[in-house]
Design a protein around this ligand. Structure first.
Ligand SMILES: [Mn+2]
Length: 478
């Protein structure tokens, strides 16, 4: 067993070493390939800032996954490639298409295959946990900070990426592991301030009731998605929603008002028969970037990450990248517009699937929400995560949510943690059920997904039921 702080120190020095190797390679024209999500975007922005500051030329492209087609497209640039937040799981595939001596991979996903001559840095190979200790942007940060003088923005981005990948698994929804070392560095240099507060969306920017209605990490039945109900709820608690002519934000609440709201929310959940503890998820550690102007989405770590996430999901990673690199003005306006649209799409898809009769089908082992035609396929995964987060704690069924795109059905699967701990594997469920109907699937034990021909939906669900039942019968007792 390696001790945690030794592992951290070792990793930091590996990162410094790799930065040295990178600058000695003296690559001029580099292709940055990054995972098309918020962490990937933040990781890429960090790399691009460093390359820009050192005067190298580069271009960047986002990818959703690594497959033959993507790799061939990457190869067609004939440039050295730096993969960020993606690549570790496909070492053999990458080597078969690209010259390994011209490939760098900075990633936190489990490595698979033989790295050969690829220059790679991955926390999982150094006694760290890539799921919770450090994100893709954290790895990128620890490397590229060595190449520049001012790394304050990079530090923010490393925090943004970790929050985007939901690594806030420490006490009070805080970042832990190597992430907390990065936070500390930001605090010591005075550009990050750590506070405790509600983690509602738009805490710096949106009117209180809009914040509550747009909460994206958890559902408060009735309040989520309905600004009017949220407004009346606040009024019923005696909380002023306006001050003179302007709407108040969460930031404007006094301590007394905050605790009033907390008790009110707990009571509200209890009245619905839900566990009042779920309110705990709404409170937590907040990361404030003090150099960013007050009242902007870039000041709060979670909001910043939500902005990058919506750009990536809606297919505009390039805009997210530009904003993360410091671009303001028109592109920033555009990013905020995209984010707004994204929230509308999520909330519409969510209220459709929760309210349209017949969309919900529950069997012994599986809870299905069939979103064919009513859920926007771009937001299927967040919709599945939100529904899953709102299920009761002791719920022990497999959640399956679908959405269609032309003649293809996209499927998102979520498995309760209690079942995963007893050996249930959602990734295996997705891949084997999909294979039986000529589709493709995979993922993690908790969250997985598949893409299948739409006309095979019934057979797919039969396969899911059957494979789930087999896995249930083999569960360990704890
Ligand atoms: Mn990541």
């Amino acid at each position: 067993m390696i001790n945690q702080s030794d592992a951290q120190r070792g990793f930091i020095s590996k990162a410094r070493e790799l930065a040295g190797r990178l600058s000695s390679l003296d690559w001029d024209d580099v292709l940055i390939v990054f995972h098309a999500d918020a962490d990937g975007t933040a990781a890429a922005a960090i790399a691009c800032i460093a390359l820009r500051d050192t005067g190298s030329s580069f271009c960047a492209m986002s990818i959703k996954q690594i497959d033959k087609e993507t790799l061939e497209k990457i190869a067609s640039f004939s440039k050295p490639v730096i993969f960020l937040d993606i690549g570790s799981g496909y070492l053999d595939e990458i080597k078969s298409v690209l010259d390994p001596s011209r490939v760098v991979i900075l990633d936190h996903h489990e490595p698979e295959g033989d790295r050969g001559g690829i220059l790679m840095l991955n926390p999982n190979e150094h006694g760290l946990n890539g799921g919770s200790d450090i994100s893709g942007s954290g790895v990128s940060y620890l490397v590229f900070k060595n190449l520049v003088e001012d790394f304050s923005r990079m530090n923010e981005l490393a925090i943004v990426g970790a929050l985007a990948d939901m690594q806030d698994v420490g006490p009070n929804r805080s970042l832990s592991g190597l992430n907390s070392t990065i936070v500390l560095e930001g605090e010591e240099n005075g550009y990050v301030s750590v506070e405790e507060d509600f983690v509602f969306f738009g805490r710096e920017t949106l009117p209180l009731h809009v914040s509550i209605a747009s909460s994206s990490n958890f559902i408060i039945p009735g309040l989520t998605g309905d600004e009017n109900v949220a407004l009346n709820f606040l009024k019923s608690l005696g909380i002023e929603v306006r001050e003179d002519d302007t709407w108040r934000t969460f930031n404007d609440l006094s301590e007394v008002e905050k605790s009033k709201l907390l008790t009110g929310l707990m009571q509200y959940m209890a009245d619905l028969g839900l566990s009042p503890e779920s309110v705990q998820n709404m409170f937590g550690t907040i990361y404030v970037f003090t150099p960013e102007p007050k009242g902007t989405v870039l000041r709060d770590g979670r909001e910043f990450s939500a902005l990058l996430n919506s750009c990536a999901r809606m297919g505009f990673s390039n805009i997210g990248l530009a904003v993360a690199m410091g671009e303001r003005g028109r592109l920033f306006e555009e990013a905020q517009q995209i984010s707004k649209e994204y929230r509308t799409v999520v909330s519409k898809s969510l209220s459709n699937i929760l309210s349209i009769p017949g969309a919900r089908v529950e069997s012994k082992r599986v809870l299905l929400y069939n979103g064919d035609g009513i859920v926007d396929p771009r937001v299927l995964s967040p919709v599945a995560s939100i529904i899953s987060a709102s299920l009761p704690k002791d719920f022990e069924k497999i959640l399956v949510v679908t959405a269609s795109e032309n003649d293809v059905l996209k499927v998102s699967i979520r498995v309760p943690k209690s079942l995963v701990q007893r050996g249930f594997d959602g990734g295996l469920l997705a891949s084997s059920a999909a294979r039986r109907v000529g589709g493709m699937g995979g993922g993690h034990d908790v969250a997985s997904g598949a893409v299948i021909p739409k006309r095979r939906f019934q057979s797919f669900m039969e396969a899911v039921e059957k494979i789930a039942e087999e896995q249930f019968s083999r569960l360990r007792n704890t």
